[in-house]
Design a protein around this ligand. Structure first.
Ligand code: PMV
Length: 326
């Protein structure tokens, strides 16, 4: 009972920040993202056997941490329950990109894990069930199950059965859409997103204002994606990232994830847009690395404008969701 799956990271245009249920990873707000192409992916093999005395996981050759194994168990238990089995799993996962690529591997990793484990157990799951399983590992993983542009609905139900990602448009909908990732620092973030979002939820009044505004933003971002309205999408993405980082800064004590180079990149992108019309939009997660949304014809201009500020720059296209490959 063994299967292998691959999945790619996703970059949120409307960000997930704050949980209403810590264990089930139910979010306070809907989020929207774009899944990246297969130049970056996690590949995960899962084998179930009665012979295994416990679950185990190797991640890029090293044993997974206790925190990781807790989240892995949540994903596996959800699938074992569906398959009515108590068998333990041996998991081998690797990323074709290093941590220093500026890309978090949790979204692609848990999406690949869910797809591989479901296949190993011979479960025929739809994307809703897979997205829910991946969400239990890491919230943002619910979106990497889906290709192209994904919309994770926060849902209402206490058991999380309506909190999963759906597709807004597939990876071929907007062929010249690009995501430029600029790695400005390879340092580990000082506060994990799990701890950071909890603190923001508990202490920031600006965050409550943000939550009121978000349903409108989600709807406008969806419309911009469907209409391939690049200028509108880039403007909304920057406003959304700024709003998130304002709430982070309003957290007590303040959460400052961006640094001097990040701020300089914001300035350069704004200058670029002033000179050329809205051709790019920056976005920052819980870290200083920039993700800049743009279109193919402007990728070189974007890269040129931030030269010298980043240690490494990678351009990606929209890509496919999780797939079972063996
Ligand atoms: O799924 P997590 O716990 O890695 O949270 C990710 C949160 C952000 O990356 C900051 C935003 C997002 O929606 O991806």
């Amino acid at each position: 009972m063994k299967a292998t799956a691959i999945a790619s990271p996703n970059i949120a245009i409307v960000k997930y920040w704050g949980k209403r249920d810590e264990r089930l990873k139910l979010p306070m707000n809907d989020s929207i993202s774009v899944t990246l192409d297969r130049s970056l992916y996690s590949e995960t093999t899962v084998e179930f056997s009665k012979a295994f005395s416990a679950d185990s996981m190797q991640l890029d050759g090293a044993e997974a941490s206790e925190r990781e194994m807790k989240n892995v168990a949540l994903v596996l238990d959800c699938l074992r329950k569906k398959a009515k089995t108590g068998m333990n799993a041996r998991i081998i996962s690797r990323n074709n990109f290093p941590k220093s690529s500026g890309m978090a591997s949790s979204a692609s990793g848990y999406a690949a894990l869910s797809a591989a484990a479901a296949a190993a157990l011979n479960l025929q799951l739809d994307s809703r069930e897979l997205s829910i399983a991946a969400r239990l590992g890491s919230g943002s993983a619910s979106r990497s199950v889906i290709g192209g542009f994904a919309w994770w609905k926060k849902g209402q139900d206490e058991d999380g059965s309506d909190s999963y990602a759906v597709q807004v448009a597939d990876e071929s909908h907007w062929k010249d859409f690009r995501i430029v990732t600029a790695v400005v620092s390879e340092e580990k973030k000082p506060v994990s997103s799990t701890d950071g979002m909890k603190l923001t939820l508990e202490t920031s009044s600006l965050y409550r204002e943000r939550l009121k505004k978000l349903p409108g933003t989600v709807s406008r971002v969806r419309q911009a994606i469907l209409g391939r309205d690049a200028g509108q999408l880039f403007r909304l993405a920057m406003e959304e990232s700024d709003s998130l980082h304002a709430s982070m800064a309003d957290t007590k004590p303040p959460l400052i994830y961006i640094n001097e180079s990040s701020r300089e990149i914001m300035k350069r992108v704004n200058e670029l847009n002033r000179e050329n019309g809205m051709i790019a939009g920056y976005s920052f997660d819980a870290g200083p690395n920039a993700h800049i949304f743009t279109t193919e014809q402007n990728v070189n201009r974007v890269i040129h404008s931030i030269k010298g500020l980043a240690e490494r720059i990678v351009a990606s296209s929209p890509g496919k969701g999780a797939e079972v490959v063996a």
